[in-house]
Design a protein around this ligand. Sequence first.
Ligand code: SAH
Length: 217
Amino acid sequence: MTAEDKIDTRKIELVMQLRKRGISDPRVLAALERTPRDVFVPDQFEEQAYDDHALPIECGQTISQPFVVAFMTQALGVGPRMKVLEVGTGSGYQAAVLARLCRRVYSLERYRTLLSQAEARFRALDLTNITTKTGDGTKGWPEQAPFDRIIVTAAAESVPDELIHQLKIDGWMIIPVGRSVEDQTLMRIKKTEDGLTQEPLLPVRFVPLVAGRPNEA
Ligand code: SAH
């Protein structure tokens, strides 16, 4: 078996495992199958790219667990004509999965180093519908707002007001909320004419959402 065959087998096994754990949307499963997670993890972890756990990336951050990426993507209810904002590009893996499902992904990251690496991966995979920028995601991306969907991949103590403002009416947001790593809940927020609804979906563990100036180094 070649190294590539091995990766393919592991990827297919992972997708089967995700299906067993309740990821049922065929578009989401197909998007995961088409996105090579091995490209998004540091070289020394390539062997573990298709294990269902989070892995360290540079700048002390993490690439999320595949199940959590699949779960968040499914819960976001993305359609092909939608404009999606992601806060926390990290490795770029979640953005790459979303790019297969919507019209355009706008992704913000506070570390320039991580963003440069993610951008190189998007180019290598020919993903041309992802626009990125360094910035403080708690402020959203006002020039590109409003968004049909917003996904935040770092844990907030509370939901930033600016992100609510930048969501369209009938827009949804998925965001981990919690004061400590041990106590975070993935929330789905829906904005309607009448206000907001909030649903707790899943206990999670994310790195913190850090407000303030981005790290340009
Ligand atoms: N979606 C990523 C997961 C990255 S972990 C992936 O698929 O790999 C969360 C990321 O959020 C980290 O890279 C961190 O630097 C970034 N982050 C934290 N606070 C931020 C903020 N205020 N604005 C933008 N990015 C932020």
